[in-house]
Ligand binder design. Structure first.
Ligand code: ATP
Ligand code: SF4
Ligand code: MG
Length: 399
């Protein structure tokens, strides 16, 4: 960017457009390629995980330059656990989860680098890629580790909606207004369960509605607009469950709901995790929700993970100045009227021109001379607790 003028010159705009077009062409070709299954099969680093995100980079190639929305994110989701992701608006929480679902809107948005290893339960396939059946004609299932980042987009149906389901903030955007709840629920079973009949699908839909606390007779034939917000979110959860996913991604699932319904939906999610024997990746601004629900917490800031650990570590012994600030900015019952809520001063740097040094530097009260140098590496302060901040350099405690 031309510093004197503070805006882009025509020459700079053309150079950005040319560089973007080149990258997009390469990444789109990779995404749309045909590939043998062996190309996207991999191994988990730790067998107790269901998902391992490693060094994920998801960028938006815009007219102003490259927005590194997710810039080297790594975290794991262990089996049967809830992982909560927190961080300021725009820090890349949703873009990370949309990358796992491969729902990043191209051509501008692209997964550029990194791995997303997912432990799937999928059809055994022959050399031609067709499902193998047993003597009774039933497909043979097996555990397979897919690297979601390497999957061609036309293979993503193997996991999307089926093994990994997503619950969004606003259920009305995901429910189709012209079909009944029953029709939409049945569709999930008809799509994902091999040889499913209409009768089977209806029975499954009713079972799922009961599981989320809805009497099917009251809702099966209703249209989405006839239900309250809380009921719609329950339906969305029922829909996510119908395919029996191993991982549920819930992105701000309760933000649009009032507090009472919020508590009911959170209880429901907790309950369901046990019932489906799966894991939940829970994205929220609300630290209270995280404290109640999560086993592990990932704190993101400006496209990076800056701290991660168990819920106790993050709440009782936060290390990163940003996490400490987040905890302080949480409202508590003990605050009297004269105490103002703490507010982290300053803003996130411009996403197109991120500095080399720590992205929190301009807002950090603990900043030292070292903080003007290289971006801090991840330091392991306990077997499960990691922090990216120079204050902890040399404090590695493994095992
Ligand atoms: N289509 C797009 N084009 C350009 N930039 C985008 C696009 N979508 C997202 N971004 C950028 O990616 C960054 C991360 O966005 P993301 O939606 O993941 O934030 P978030 O952490 O989920 O925030 P929130 O808490 O508000 O939901 C933002 O800085 C945003 O500007
Ligand atoms: S690296 Fe420095 S500037 Fe960044 S959070 Fe740590 S102390 Fe603050
Ligand atoms: Mg979001």
């Amino acid at each position: 960017m031309s510093e004197k003028k503070g805006y882009l010159t025509n020459r700079e705009i053309r150079a950005i457009a040319k560089a973007n077009a080149k990258q997009i062409k390469r990444l789109e070709a990779y995404k749309n390629r045909k590939a043998e299954e062996s190309e996207f099969l991999t191994q988990m680093k730790d067998d107790s995980n269901i998902l391992e995100i490693e060094d994920l980079h998801t960028y938006f190639f815009t007219e102003q330059g490259v927005v590194k929305a997710v810039n080297g994110v790594s975290y794991d989701v262990p089996k049967n656990k809830v992982v909560g992701v927190v961080g300021e608006s725009g820090c890349g929480k949703s873009v990370t989860s949309m990358s796992v679902m491969r729902l990043i809107q191209g051509p501008a948005g692209q997964i550029v680098e990194g791995a997303m290893r997912f432990k799937a339960y999928d059809y055994q396939r022959d050399a031609k890629g067709n499902p193998v059946c047993d003597g009774d004609g039933k497909p043979v299932m097996e555990e397979k580790i897919y690297d979601i980042a390497k999957m061609p987009i036309n293979e993503i149906h193997r996991i999307r909606g089926k093994q990994v389901a997503m619950i969004f903030q606003e259920p009305m955007t995901s429910l189709n207004p012209v079909f009944t709840i029953g029709e939409q629920l049945d569709e999930v079973t008809l799509l994902h369960v091999p040889n499913a009949t209409k009768q089977m699908a209806k029975e499954k839909s009713e079972e799922m509605l009961r599981l989320v606390g809805i009497i099917p007779e009251n809702v099966y034939s209703s249209f989405p607009h006839e239900l309250s917000g809380g009921m719609r979110q329950r339906v969305m959860i029922a829909m996510a469950l119908a395919a029996e996913p191993r991982l549920i991604i819930a992105d701000e699932p309760t933000t649009a709901l009032d507090v009472t319904i919020q508590a009911q939906i959170l209880d429901l999610l907790q309950d369901i995790k046990t019932k489906i024997d799966g894991s939940i990746l829970l994205i929220t601004h609300d630290l209270g929700v995280i404290a109640e629900m999560a086993d592990y917490v990932v704190v993101m800031y400006a496209g990076k993970v800056i701290e991660k650990g168990t819920v106790l570590e993050i709440f009782q012994d936060p290390k990163h100045p940003y996490t400490i600030g987040l905890q302080k900015s949480k409202p508590t019952m003990t605050l009297d009227d004269s105490t103002e809520l703490y507010n982290i001063p300053g803003n996130v740097p411009n996403p197109v021109n991120m500095p080399q040094h720590c992205y929190f530097k301009e807002r950090c009260a603990k900043c030292t001379a070292k903080c003007s140098g290289q971006y801090p590496g991840m330091v392991q302060v306990s077997p499960t607790h990691f922090v990216a901040c120079h204050l902890y350099d040399g404090e590695e405690k493994h095992g």
